[in-house]
Every structure is written in C-alpha cells, then in structure tokens.
Design a protein. Sequence first.
Length: 796
Amino acid sequence: MIITRKWLERYIDLNKISDEQIISALNSLGFEVDNYHNYDQNTNIVLGRVQVVNLIPDTHLNFCLVDTKVELVDPIVCGASNVAEEMYVVVAKPGSHLANGADIAATNIRGFASEGMICSLEELGIPKGTLTTAELDEILPLTEDIDIHYENLGTSAIGKMLGLDDASFEVDLTLNRSDGLSAYELARELANYFNRKLEPLELEDPGELTEYENNLKVIIDTNDVNVAVSANIQLQENRHPLAAKKRIWLKMNQYQSDITKPIHDLLAVTTIETGQPLLGYDRQKIKGTLKITDNYENKEFGISKGDLVVIDDDQFVELIGVKTNPTYEITSTTTEITILAVNINFTKMRSQQRKVGISNLNLQRYIKPLSSATVNIGLGRFIKLLELHEYLTKVSVINFVKEKYLENDQIMVSLSYLNSLIGHQFALKDVKELLEPLDFVINEQDHNHFVVQPPAMRTDLHQPADIVEEVARLFGYDNIIATPPVVPHGKKTSHNKTKVITDFEQWLLGHGFYQAKTYSLVSDQENQDFNLFGYQNPYRLLSPLSQDHQTMRLSLLNSLLTAVQYNNARNLDNVKLFTIEKIYFNDNQENYHASFIAQADVIKSNLTADKLANSYYYMKGLLEGFLTKVQIPLTKLAYRQTHPLPIFHPYQTSEVYLDNQLLAVIEKVHPHLLSNNIDTYFCEINLEVIFNYPHKIPTFFHELNKYSSSTRDISMLIKKTDNYGDLEPKIIANLNHLTNVEVVGQYQGENIADDMRSLTVRFTFNSNDQQLTEVDVNNEYEKIKNNLTKLGITIR
C-alpha cells in the first residue's frame, strides 16, 4: 500500500510534521514503511509552449522553438513522437538536474543548437513500470490540462503544479489489517497519532442527485458474494482528460494511469482512497441480465468452472479483478456506465489470484477480508469524484442486489486481563482516550469490565486479546516499560522420564534416524563382550529356547549391530538407527538405556557431490545436542578413554561421565564385526543418570553483551596420559572475566617428545559491565600462566 504526503495534506494538517516523523508514526502504529521516495528532485524546470516544430532531415528528431516567457525563444532538439506546435510542455533549462539523474546542458545536435530539454514523465522521476506504451516514447503533454493556462507560462512552480514536489511511503501491511488498504483509513490512524483533525472524505448521496430508473437486472449466482450494489450513471459526452497532477499521483501509487481513460483512472482513485474495488462497464453494450457466477466456462477467454466471473446472459464480461472483455470496456465514446460494488469471499479470490499469477490494484484488495461497509463508501466516493470532475449527468436508482452485511461482534474485556498482558496499569479513561478517536465504541459494565464495539472497517478484531493488542499498539510499544518476566526456578529433584524419552526420540528422528525395536535375549558370551556399563548379575531364563537367548542383555549395542548387519546384507549401507529399551540386572534393578548407531556418510548428494562423513565427532555432537535439550550442563561432562575391548576401535572410543557417573559410551565399532568394513559409530546412554540428576541450570534473562571480547591462545605441552578435561578446571581457576575456553589445535611431531603432545587452547574474555582494557586481559592471562606453572605444564 502506497500513500503520499500531498494526498495526506488534503485531510490532515501536516504543518511542522516532517516525512521522517510520518515514517516513524507509521512504523510505531504497526504499518512498517518498506520504502520512502521523494519525488521533489527536479531543478530549474519551467512551463513552456512549443511555437515551432521542424523535422531534422534523415532523423526522427525535431528542431523546436519553445516559448518560456523570456526575451528569446529556446531552441531545443526533441525526439519525442508527440511533440507539436501550440503544445504546453515541461522544459528543463540548461543547468537543470532531473529526477532520473540527467544533468541538462546547452549542446549541439546534428548542427542544431539545443538549449534545454522537453521532459517526459520518466525523466521527471515517474516509475517506468507505470507508464503506458505511448508515454514511453512521448513527452508530457499539458495542452488539454485544465490546470494549465497561458498565464502560467515560464513559471518555475510547474513541478508543484504537477504534484512533483510529493513524497511517497510504501507500507507493508500485515495480513489482518485489510483496512489499511484504504488510504483514508491510514490517514485516520496518522491524524489520531499526531492529534490532528481529520477532514471528512467527500461522499455523494445518490438520493440528492437527479435519478432515473435502473432497468438493469443483476443476479448473484454464487455464495461467495456477500454484498452487491449496482448503479447506472450517465456521463457528459465531452469529457476533458484527467488533470496531469491526478494522473501523476496515480502513477506514484503504482497504477498505470492513461490520459485516454479518465473513468478508469477515477475508478482507481476510488479504490486507493476507500479500499473498495469497483467494476465498471459500458451500459449500452450490456444486452441482457448481468450475473455474477462461478458456474461458467468459456474457452476463448480461458474461463473454467470455479472462476468467479461477470456474464451478460451467456457472454463473458469480466474475470473479476483480472480481465475484462474489450467489448464491455468503458471508452471515450461511452455515455452511460454500469458500476458494480461487491464484497467477495477473500478465500475465493485468493484461489483466483493464484490461478492467474498476477497482482493488481483490485486483486490486492479482493484477496483480503474487506469490510462490507466499504461497498457503499466506495460507490458514494466514485459518484462524488465524477461530479467534482464534471463528468456526471445523472445517476440511476441504486440497486441493492444482495445485502449480507457482516457486523463486528461486541467484545467483553476486563481491565485486569488487559493490564496483566501489557504490563502497564491502564484505567478505563485511558483506554477510551486511545480507542474512541478511531471510532471504537466503549461501554463500561463495572469497575473492571467494559464492552468494545470495533469500527465497521476493522475485520481483524474478534476477541479480548485483539483489543489488548490494539491498546498496546496505540499506546506505543516503546512507551511500555520493559520488565523481565518472573520465572521461578530452583533445584529439581529429577527429570520427568516421559519427557526425556520423548525428547530423545524427537532429537534422533529430526536428524534422520529410524527407530528400531530389537530382541532382548542374548547369549552369556555376548553379555560379557558387550557389557559397557559394568552391570552384574543379568536376568537369566530358567528354560531358554537356546543358548543364544538365555539372558537379558546388558547393552543395546549388539542388538543394533544385528539390525545393521541385516540391512547391509540387503545392500542397504547407509543405516541410521536408534532404540530405547530397559536393561535388567542384579535380579531386581532396571535402567532405561538409549542408543543410536550410524553408518557411512551422514549427508551425501549424488547431484552436487557434497557429503558429510560419519565420525566420532558427529556422534559426540548428537549426544551433546540431546543433553543440552534436556538441560544437562555440558561443563559437567568429562570424556575419558575406555578400557580396551575387542569390539571397539582402539583409538576412537570414550566414556562420558557426568559428575563422575558413567553417563554414556561413544565408540567406533571394530571393523571385524562388520563384513563390509563400513565406518560405523555407536553411542549408548544410561538415561537413569539423567532422570536422577538434579537440574543445576537456573534460567536467567541477560541483556546481550555490548562490549567487545578479547582472546588469547596458549600452546602447552602435556603428557599423552593426561586428560585435558581433568586439567582444565585447574588451569582456569580464579579467573574473573573468562567467558569461553576451547581447544583449537593439537600437535605431535617434530620437536615434541614421544610421550608428550602440544595443545593450543583459546581463552575468551569479556565483561557485562565494562569494556575490558589490555591491562585487564593481561592480568587474566598472567593468572593462567601462573596456574600452568603450578601444574608443571610447559608453555610453548
């Protein structure tokens, strides 16, 4: 939706209100301004009158003499196809700067002096997409313009006379604010914001004009039309073109106005001002009954059943909002027109718009839930515009074809509810001061309750929450004091088991894993080989069917491996599975375990050859992502190398401890367990550790840090047998401004002893209260060096 400053000034006193203030007001009111354009960019332009036009031989150019009311006429070479003697035009003098970026200077073309330029609309800054085919090759003719007279010749105020001193605001409307598709409703919002009087929009009451019988029958043959009103209007036979200023304003509103179609242009003005599209036809071309229907087919015009159309008996007239049969178009010779104002089911029109794939002035409104009240407003405004432009002769009796006006429901709201949601203490008087200037009707019920009747134009207000949002919007979100929500927190005794299990399932499913159900009975040997958590005394069956199924498993690894092998045998090599099962041990204990296994590439695209290889760190990332999801502090985790087992790769395995409790095991499966030697990684989690772990991460809301952080990298030598995870708490002890620490590199090789390794660790420092100086950071750095010295660690 586009609105211009000069149009607003017709209804609001904008004295001492800048364009920047209008932008700020619209944004504050929830109408985000996507684009602002100032058209007042032409300098040194005047009104001229072409005296002589001579064609330059062997060219399409004309040598013109133009009177700009100075002592001598201006010689100008012009290539426009429509330049003619006695034509009033816009002339850019030498030294001019035009809105399209052109700088005008005196020059010589084909041996003819040219001291200026006769301007086209594009050169004056009008968007090219709004120009007709003729206008793209023509200068702007002002001869027939009712606002241009000989007395104006030479005036430098021609830009203002044409409305080129205007500015436009392109507003992005939210889906619910269909009332904002009316420029007048946006003006109402701005008038209320700036506390200025809103002048009324002039509407015509047809009853006050000369009426004649309306003998045109209109039928509604669809449930998608709520309201339909028709009128026939007799026009003056000799109609002057719409003033250039009005046509330029329409082009600023992204409408392709046409000097040869003033009635179409006034229909567009009505649509922009009121938000109500109108359908117009040549009355004399209608031979039968007009019908609005969705049960019609016409191959010539590409109409199929389901399309909402207007037909004349069985003749196609218009695909509503899209295209009109040229036979019924209003032309310069039309003396009587038929106007239809309709309110249509917007979901139907959205379907119609998707089918044709276009957007125009009418469709932009038909696809939104317009108020049925705009029907009569639109018709009344159009008739008034015809009268103001001296096009009107008579108006027929108005035919109210269908009247299914949808009225807004009254909404009961409590002050306590409103104040609790907004976080501000409003009295009823405050609410009335905010809402009543926008035509809300408020009736007090008691000290805490009031009833709101929304204005007819608002189709988006249905429940108390909508009124609360409206109050907050009009009060101004920036005026509401921000207070953080009160979030009670404390120590939780345990996690909810069902939630943890559900979170695990959703986490793995979201990463492309499939859930598997596996067999619980295994052999004694398997339990010995795959007892990852050191459980004792597994459950045994008294009468097993075989030795392979005599005890309850103590780990899920072998069960998932069996499923993987089954898939591999059927040429399915990229397998990702997970399962959640109970482990039974010690004759009367049971623990929930969760495990997942992944093979081959995590991501592989045959089209782009992109791939992400499976790895230990991929499994580690999945584990830590799940632990973060269930609010386990990752800082409490410790990774330790597992004891050598024949089922694991010796150098890609680890046990994961949470506060010294064995939480999980991550490992690469030894290749000898799989026939195809595909890299296979596995992780198993003891969920009971999570269930019983006290939640130690309180929830806080912090402002984002506005200060720059600083980093220091330290390379240190540690023994291969030392676990860095055990050393880190001692290295960072007594630091005040450390925000993050991470290992960024590891080196073993030349100049490093065989039993040593070099780690590069990055320390990040920052403060929420101040910008740390170099001295502050160096003090922290010295503490780290002292801690390393105490630990006997050498800094490289």
